[in-house]
Write a protein that binds this ligand. Structure first.
Ligand code: IPD
Length: 277
């Protein structure tokens, strides 16, 4: 039977490539930085331009589809996941890295149908690594199959997370407590690459064994969720319960054992939901 979403996935890969080229070219010039919710929540004209490029190209081909996209939501668009075929887009995941020329910058696109991830594409455009995954068909990096490490012992894991000060003391204290709790398990190490989508692909390809994050958004996770699960990884909520794309929390791991044990070491704190308003 032909796959009804294959054409969408092929288009997604093409548009991610084009977006990556625009981002690489923008890195050659001056980057004007603007701020969104705080002094450390950065956005550039390139984020906005790339998002317009991606959405207009998809709309021209698939006019009935829905969108949840980072810069549109920042400008007031709703962030509600429905049963419609929906493109969930982060035009530049790792904007702070982009601003500084730190080489982990990705275009992240996930596609859902009836609220389930159908496929995901994460293009790490400075490294020129195109991660792709389509439900039931495996995960790939530049066309070659990838899989998770399969590590089951948390104390042998390289763990990823992100650290940022959100102007909220409780958030900072909980984040630091979690770092301390995970470091003292002990694990082999903690790394913070700066692009959630790339973090998920690093776990998917076995370069890291686990990733946890509170305060992330659906557009940071959607593309990588497909890649991680198709690579044999496990995604759960930070509590260890079922993963919810709109919940702003996740643990992505090489095995259920690692996900479960990591969940038992992480203190929960309130981050709200993407679909709260
Ligand atoms: C950010 C990155 C970063 C994470 C932030 C995200 P953006 O995405 O994924 O790793 O720490 O929480 O907002 O804003 O660069 O698209």
């Amino acid at each position: 039977m032909t796959d009804p979403w294959q054409e969408c996935m092929d288009h997604c890969v093409e548009i991610a490539k084009q977006a990556g080229k625009v981002i690489r070219e923008a890195l050659q010039g001056d980057i004007a930085v603007m701020h969104k919710s705080s002094q450390v929540d950065l956005v550039t004209e390139t984020d906005q331009r790339v998002e317009r490029l991606i959405i207009s190209s998809i709309k021209a081909k698939f006019p009935t589809h829905s969108f949840i996209a980072e810069e549109s939501v920042a400008a007031g668009a709703p962030s509600i996941l429905t049963d419609d075929p929906t493109w969930i887009i982060d035009p530049i995941d790792g904007t702070t890295n982009f601003v500084h020329g730190f080489p982990f910058v990705s275009v992240s696109i996930g596609f859902t149908v009836k609220k389930e991830i159908e496929f995901g594409v994460v293009y790490s455009c400075i490294e020129d690594k195109m991660y792709t995954a389509h439900k039931g068909k495996g995960a790939f990096c530049n066309g070659l199959p990838i899989k998770v490490s399969g590590q089951e012992d948390l104390s042998c894991c390289l763990v990823l997370t992100e650290v940022a000060f959100k102007k909220d003391q409780q958030h900072l204290d909980s984040m630091m407590a979690n770092l301390r709790s995970v470091l003292t398990i002990p694990v082999h190490g903690i790394r913070s690459p700066g692009s959630a989508a790339i973090n998920m692909c690093l776990v998917a390809s076995g370069a890291a064994d686990a990733y946890y994050h509170l305060g992330i958004h659906c557009w940071d996770m959607a593309g990588g969720t497909a890649v991680l699960t198709e690579a044999g990884g496990v995604i759960v909520d930070i509590s260890g319960g079922p993963f919810d794309l709109m919940s702003r929390r996740l643990i992505a791991a090489s095995s259920a054992a690692v996900a479960e044990r990591l969940a038992s070491h992480i203190v929960d704190f309130h981050v709200g939901r993407d679909d709260a308003h």
